[in-house]
Design a binder for this molecule. Structure first.
Ligand code: DQA
Length: 147
């Protein structure tokens, strides 16, 4: 069974209580349960990882290249300025799907710029917690096409 990694960046551990009008009222734990169930249905073994620290996210991306077929990544605010995370994605050969819960293009101007998009397989934004599930579906198609 192929393994995938779903990674959450900073502040996403506060899902459910953090700006619920934007990020929803589902808790971080319940969103992760839905992610794991969807991954299972797609035939993936799934690891979920969250960190508020840029270095820990980079270390995990490096690690994922050894045993994962792909990554679904919500890099949170690092999306908009972390060249280090961008370089980590570029360094690994497995596909990384960038996801966002909110529609980053309809919010503050700084959120419409992603420094990681150019090195990701694609971007999904604005579908609430379903963005993660859509990201998993995209990974399924990508990894199947790779054989
Ligand atoms: C986010 C959007 C980012 O701009 C923000 O900093 C986040 C969450 C989203 O999922 O919509 O932390 O990535």
């Amino acid at each position: 069974m192929k393994k995938v990694l779903v990674m959450h960046g900073p502040n996403l551990n506060l899902l459910g209580e953090r700006e619920p009008g934007i990020y929803g009222t589902d808790t971080f734990e319940s969103v992760n349960e839905e992610i794991k169930a969807a991954a299972k249905q797609l035939g993936f073994e799934c690891e979920v990882f969250q960190s508020n620290s840029e270095g820990a996210l980079i270390d995990k991306l490096h690690e994922s290249r050894l045993d994962c077929a792909g990554v679904v990544l919500n890099a949170g605010a690092y999306t908009h300025y972390s060249y280090a995370i961008r370089d980590a994605i570029a360094a690994i050969k497995i596909p990384v799907v960038e996801v966002h819960i909110s529609n980053v293009h309809s919010r503050d101007e700084f959120r419409s710029k992603s420094v990681i998009s150019p090195v990701c397989a694609g971007v999904i934004a604005g579908f609430g917690k379903n963005s993660y599930i859509l990201g998993l579906r995209a990974l399924k198609d990508i990894t199947e096409a790779q054989g």
